[in-house]
Design a protein around this ligand. Structure first.
Ligand code: ADP
Length: 159
């Protein structure tokens, strides 16, 4: 059975993430979305909130499971016996960061953990959780960027 982990901050999940999730769920028998705490980013939603949001957003995808972990992705992957990571590539600006992460994970795991990249669908190439938060914080329209219930949660946070 083929399995993969899609790790990220997902603060909150966007249509861009959802596109990667759906496409990965078509490729692998099981996809585990793992919410990790990115120490370089301050979060709007707690880990628990992000897990709940992802669970609701993926409820129609039976082979997708949502989890969270505080620690190294390589530790989590070994624990779960999953050796493939999925990451999304939006633009060339993502490439250097993602390449470094992929190589670090491979090195740290002695070759156990490999990374597979999906290029973003063009209509979501501009999307990031940070952009969505900025638009929502000023009351702008994020209906094309996130699932409807996530838009409501965002506006509630910035009330
Ligand atoms: P992280 O803090 O780990 O970068 P993010 O939640 O920002 O977590 O992103 C998780 C993954 O999803 C990354 O691989 C990122 O490149 C990818 N991603 C983010 N936005 C999009 C998008 N609009 N289209 C495709 N992939 C995306």
């Amino acid at each position: 059975m083929s399995k993969a982990i899609y790790p990220g901050s997902f603060d909150p999940v966007t249509m861009g993430h959802m596109d990667v999730i759906r496409r990965s769920a078509d490729i692998f028998d099981e996809l585990v979305i793992c919410v990790l705490n990115n120490v370089n980013k301050s979060a709007l939603f707690s880990i628990e909130e992000r897990v709940k949001i992802l669970q609701k957003a993926t409820q129609d995808l039976p082979n997708v499971r949502v989890d969270h972990f505080s620690g190294l992705l390589t530790q989590y992957a070994r624990q779960q016996h999953i050796h493939v990571v999925v990451r999304g590539l939006r633009a060339v600006t993502d490439f250097e960061y993602e390449l470094q992460n992929a190589q670090t994970n491979r090195k740290l795991s002695d070759g156990y953990l490999d990374t597979m990249f999906l290029t973003t669908s063009l209509e979501y190439a501009y999307l990031s959780s940070s952009t969505v938060k900025e638009i929502a914080s000023f009351g702008g329209d994020v209906s094309d960027c996130v699932p409807d219930f996530v838009a409501e949660l965002l506006y509630a946070k910035y009330k």
